[in-house]
Design a protein around this ligand. Sequence first.
Ligand code: AKG
Ligand code: FE2
Length: 257
Amino acid sequence: MKALFDNERLASKGASLPLPDAAQAVSQVESLDWQSITDSLNDSGNALLKNVLTSQDCAALASMYGDDGHFRSRVVMSRHGFGRGEYKYFSYPLPDILQGLRSSLYERLAPVANLWNQQMGIETRYPAKHADFIERCHDAGQLRPTPLLLQYGVGDYNCLHQDLYGEHVFPIQVAFLLSEPERDFTGGEFVLTEQRPRMQTRPEIVPLRQGDAVAFAVHHRPVQGTRGTYRVNLRHGVSRLRSGQRYTVGVIFHDAN
Ligand SMILES: O=C(O)CCC(=O)C(=O)O
Ligand SMILES: [Fe+2]
């Protein structure tokens, strides 16, 4: 339980650890097996990205929670019926590690997003570079950064939802687990549901460890059926924490109105 108390102490004091270096995290992203991640996204709408962040990166990111200089706003989930727990949206400029992860992940995911749109008969195509997609968001008035840091304590949970913030949507997002299951917290599973036309909803738990990430569909994805392609509707959330404290970083590629 030591790490938990360290996190708690840091968060409550508002002390941040030294900022992690972006270069190592980006090279970790680049060394992942993107063919198998792409296959997993196409087959099941989500993919596990193992060991992207070191435990030091995770501790440094979680410790930012107490330092309001990094954030543009704070949301207490129970006030909005979103669940229980809270989160803060980062402000621009993002910490280097998040800026680096956001653009390197985008470059790998954009081809998958383009294939999905083609299969779903959606005309939108995504440029190769994240900066060009962000310019499209900003030109449409979606100016506010969406990457966020979430904090859960005992009894907290995140209701099933979709992170849509305006007309422009990048259809895949990524969440990083900063805490270690069974050591720092119990419960608190990352949950995905997939609603298929005229069928019952399919649940899935993604078994994340500290430093892992999950890439998943924001709202729809194509599924190949016997009579052609159909669209399924996805939501994600977090089951109730039974004990401890859990931090995550969410990387959403579109900006918000
Ligand atoms: O805390 C989590 O695992 C889920 C976070 C989330 O909703 C998001 O990253 O959009
Ligand atoms: Fe979310």
